[in-house]
Design a protein around this ligand. Structure first.
Ligand SMILES: NC(=O)c1ccc[n+]([C@@H]2O[C@H](COP(=O)([O-])OP(=O)(O)OC[C@H]3O[C@@H](n4cnc5c(N)ncnc54)[C@H](OP(=O)(O)O)[C@@H]3O)[C@@H](O)[C@H]2O)c1
Length: 318
């Protein structure tokens, strides 16, 4: 089979469209013929060598973690899924050399679910990584109906799911994006959209129960004054400073600082699939590319102004 891989760290030019043996499912694993796979910033960050702790000793390795396709083979102990099932799933990026930007992916059954016919393969592939991150971030922040929620980076992958998830929960949502993100954002129906090139959202007079920086571009001191008493600041790209703030605020204040670290989880994926299937969650797929475009698509995503989800189609719908 063909798969995108890299054997050394670097720019998109280190990516190779490699010939690999077809994967064979091990215990608890399924092999899926990939119809669509979604891009995430983690793809290009791992390729660039930003998180060597996750990849040390594991090169060459594949690219991409979110997939949708049709199960071809199952390993020992697989009980829920069977060959022929259409599925959406996620590959654990830490422990897998095998990845989703490929003709076939071998992944654990525990992180895959049946894809209903009403949900397209590209939409199903768009859900896992960014969707689960948004759901977990807002849940841990204590999302509830009637709250005021501010989402920064609202037109990106995580942000576009967060805006919708908070609206579904009955929150009042203020969404922040660049001028170029406003048209896309309007389709997600936030209560208010702010263009950060025109309005300094950090100086807004109101207070929020949750400030979710889904873009990972701000610091807690920049956002602190926006928090209502007992409010939560959630950040998708935690570094040492944020963990220090989190610890310090636990000791000294009612407000919380919460680093987000996505934990691939079947129940959260299932909730996203259910809501996308019944239409409560709108599609955020803004582009469906071809396999040969993966290096260019990664290059574009690394510029930092992505809209919604970019998906690559590896096979026609069965
Ligand atoms: N911790 C975790 O487990 C986890 C999980 C998933 C993602 N992440 C990280 O979270 C970040 C976002 O992920 P993603 O998938 O949503 O990425 P994405 O699809 O590339 O979107 C990033 C968004 O950030 C916005 N942005 C860039 N600069 C900004 C600024 N100065 N102010 C406000 N918004 C800005 C961009 O849109 P504009 O054009 O509007 O600027 C873009 O829509 C990435 O760094 C990713 O690695 C972490």
């Amino acid at each position: 089979m063909k798969a995108w891989t890299f054997a050394r760290y670097g720019g998109p030019e280190v990516l190779e469209w490699s010939d690999l043996p077809d994967p064979v499912p091990g215990k608890g694993e399924i092999v899926t013929r990939v119809v669509a796979a979604a891009l995430n910033p983690l793809d290009w960050k791992l390729r660039a060598g930003q998180y060597k702790v996750m990849t040390a000793g594991r090169l060459p390795r594949g690219v991409g973690y979110d997939y949708a396709g049709v199960v071809e083979a199952v390993g020992e102990g697989v009980t829920r899924l069977k060959p022929g099932d259409a599925v959406a799933g996620i590959v654990n990026p830490v422990d897998s050399r095998n990845a989703a930007m490929a003709e076939r992916v071998c992944a654990t059954e525990a992180l895959a679910t049946v894809k209903p016919a009403a949900l397209s393969f590209p939409d199903a592939a768009s859900l896992p990584g960014a969707g689960i991150t948004a759901v977990q971030a807002l849940r841990e922040a204590g999302l509830a109906a009637g709250q005021r929620v501010l989402v920064v980076g609202a037109a990106g992958g995580v942000g576009s799911f967060a805006v919708q998830w908070a609206k579904i929960a009955g929150a009042h949502v203020t969404a922040v994006a660049s001028a170029g993100g406003q048209a896309f954002l309007a389709g997600l129906s936030p209560d208010r959209a702010i263009d950060y090139s025109v309005t300094d959202w950090k100086a807004l007079p109101e207070r929020f129960d949750i400030v979710f920086d889904a873009s990972g571009t701000t610091t807690f001191p920049q956002c602190r004054r926006l928090l209502a008493p007992g409010g939560a600041f959630v950040h998708s790209l935690p570094g040492a400073a944020l963990y220090c703030w989190s610890w310090w605020m636990k000791l000294t204040a009612k407000e919380r600082v919460m680093p987000v670290m996505e934990r691939p989880n079947l129940a959260d994926l299932q909730a996203l699939v259910d809501m996308a299937t019944d239409g409560r969650l709108k599609s955020v797929v803004t582009r469906v590319g071809r396999p040969e475009e993966v290096p260019d698509l990664q290059r574009e995503m690394a510029l930092g102004h992505n809209r919604g989800k970019i998906v690559v189609r590896f096979a026609p719908d069965p």
